[in-house]
Write a protein that binds this ligand. Structure first.
Ligand code: SF4
Length: 416
């Protein structure tokens, strides 16, 4: 068989092709698992009904976590969520995760749906996060999701692959978020449009799964269709006890990449994406001292246990100077953080803890900004109005966010 990338191999298998499918080729592929959340399920169900469909293709392969506005913030949200619950019951969808269980992109991998070699589609753009476990994860709109609800299949263009080789080792208080922001700053917000970004190299291999999730989560912020880290022993260990089925990892063959970039991260400094573009990336040191009104640590980008532990290490025994909100990405993360006294440390430092979910990331509730207010956030988007009309969102790592909370201004972590 011809050589191919992880993406080509996954699409070859999912489309039932006897040969290696090529980048640019249009294929109809079977989806292994589909995900939609409280927001997008409403639209997808509407489209599903308008298409005249009445039964989903497979009630065990559709995953619905409620995370975007949980608990509901008004009557409209409550009624929409009630209607989705009713449809879930009617369709006998067994993988339903109601309010408080966490952000979809954290719950989905934790519950064992994101496995190496699978084709995973979510009605949410950050479904690329699942590539951290060697899957092809991608986001689609509600009507495409309705088609998947109905037939479990969808048309795809097989993407080209950009390999990003990371070498060197990170300095203290520099993390996967800083790497991802650096790469986005170099390639631009449209630098990987409809391509797969595959992170490789020794510095990628050194990252824990949490860091790989952060890297892949931000893939769509440079337009990528998917972002993938080749699965390895760490992947197997993380999945141990979570898997729902056997999986078959695939790897890219030598010489199969369409483009390659290499970055040595040994001198990388903490990075920040300045409003209103995710690719407007600068070293934190250039903006240190900028007054901050709010700090938010959480989301599908940086709400995992390792992120909360970094914040607790920096805040332990001290008090934050600005309102600071920490939202664990899932109930599992929250339970672990409680057992390890991470939550107690954060609360003791004056931090507010929110219900696992998206929190203020989408500007709907729980920490919306006022006009002109500055927030240092560990999330992934800083366009106008993202966290409230007129708010200014500076995207950074958990370490930078915690250090900034401590000083009340944008701060290079490690400097008090
Ligand atoms: Fe989207 Fe933010 Fe929720 Fe992630 S945490 S799924 S980026 S709203």
């Amino acid at each position: 068989m011809a050589i191919g990338t992880i993406s080509q191999k996954i699409f070859s298998r999912a489309s039932g092709s006897a040969r290696m499918v090529e980048p640019g080729e249009i294929v109809e592929a079977g989806v292994d698992y589909a995900m939609s959340h409280d927001g997008t399920s409403v639209l997808a169900i509407r489209a599903f009904k308008e298409m005249g469909c009445d039964r989903v293709w497979n009630s065990e392969r559709i995953v619905i976590p409620f995370d975007h506005i949980v608990p509901a913030n008004n009557e409209t949200a409550a009624e929409l969520q009630r209607d989705v619950r009713a449809w879930v019951k009617e369709q006998k969808i067994i993988n339903f995760f109601d309010c408080g269980q966490g952000v979809c992109h954290e719950v989905f991998p934790e519950k064992g749906f994101a496995l190496p070699g699978l084709l995973l589609v979510g009605a949410d753009s950050h479904s690329c996060t699942y590539g951290a476990l060697g899957a092809f994860g991608t986001g689609v709109g509600a009507t495409d999701m309705a088609e998947i609800y109905s037939r479990g299949r969808l048309w795809f263009k097989v993407p080209e692959t950009i390999a990003i080789r990371l070498t060197g080792s990170l300095k203290p208080n520099v993390s996967a978020k800083d790497i991802a922001l650096m790469v986005i700053g170099k390639l631009g917000a449209d630098g990987a449009t409809y391509k797969t970004v595959e992170y490789i190299g020794p510095a990628t291999e050194a990252l824990a799964i949490s860091g790989r999730m952060t890297l892949c989560n931000l893939g769509v912020e440079m337009g990528a269709k998917a972002a993938i880290v080749p699965p390895d022993r760490k992947t197997d260990l993380w999945l141990s006890g979570r898997t729902r089925q056997a999986y078959h990892p695939v790897h890219s063959d030598p010489g199969s990449y369409d483009y390659e970039h290499e970055y040595d991260i040994r001198d990388l400094e903490p990075q920040v994406a300045v409003p209103f573009r995710v690719d407007n990336v600068r070293p934190v040191s250039e903006l240190a001292g900028l007054p901050v009104d709010q700090v938010f640590i959480g989301t599908c980008t940086n709400g995992r246990l390792e992120d909360l532990e970094v914040a607790a290490r920096i805040l332990r025994g001290k008090q934050v100077r600005v309102r600071t909100l920490v939202i664990p990405a899932s109930r599992e993360v929250m339970m672990q953080a409680l057992q390890l006294h991470v939550i107690q440390t954060l609360v003791g430092s004056g931090v507010m803890i929110g219900t696992p979910g998206c929190g203020p990331c989408l500007g709907a509730h729980m920490g919306v900004l006022a006009e002109g207010e500055v927030c240092v956030s560990t999330s992934n988007r800083n366009f106008p109005g993202r966290m409230g009309k007129g708010g200014l969102v500076y995207l950074a790592s958990p370490a930078t966010a915690a250090a900034s909370a401590l000083n009340g201004c944008l701060t290079v972590p490690g400097i008090k």
